[in-house]
Structure formats: C-alpha cells, structure tokens
Ligand binder design. Structure first.
Ligand SMILES: [Cu+2]
Length: 93
C-alpha cells in the first residue's frame, strides 16, 4: 500500500514540475473588469483543441490592462472543473 501511495505521489510531483506548455495566440479583446479575454489561439496539444477564437477566464494576478487587441501573446492554461483558465500570459515581440 505504501508503495502504491509513493508511486501515486511521485506522479503528481512530476506533473507539478513538468515544463509548462506555452501556446501562442493573439488578443481579440481584453475585458479587465471581468478577468476575461478573447484570444485567437493556435492548436493546444494537452487538450487537443483546434485553433480557434474563444473567451478565456484569466487569473487575477495577470494585469489584463496591459494587453490590447492585436497583441501577440503566449499563454499557459489549466483546466478546472472542465473550464479553461489562463494562469500565465506574456507578450511576444
Ligand atoms: Cu479553443
């Protein structure tokens, strides 16, 4: 039992330290007051999502006022209870 628990915990530790999956996109509209942004994103391998334009929730630590329509960005997402949320976002030059 202890061994099974160890393997289980190791798996999650590896997940936590795995390199973040960055996905490129372009800002269509930022909505700072609602912590939401509409992005045109490229293919997202981890969730097998085709390229599309869609809204995302954004963690409040990301200053959405810094992002404008047309900005090229890269994002890291996480999936919580089936909804996708941006946890990191950086502008690309
Ligand atoms: Cu999408």
């Amino acid at each position: 039992m202890k061994k099974i628990l160890f393997v289980f915990l190791s798996f999650f530790a590896l997940q936590a330290f795995a390199e973040a999956e960055w996905v490129k996109g372009e800002v269509v509209r930022a909505d700072p007051s609602r912590n939401r942004i509409i992005l045109k994103h490229e293919y997202i391998p981890s969730i097998k999502m085709a390229p599309m334009t869609m809204p995302f929730g954004v963690v409040k630590e990301i200053p959405l006022n810094d992002f404008q329509k047309g900005d090229k960005v890269r994002i890291v997402i996480r999936v919580v209870d089936g909804s996708i949320e941006i946890i990191r976002m950086e502008k690309l030059e």
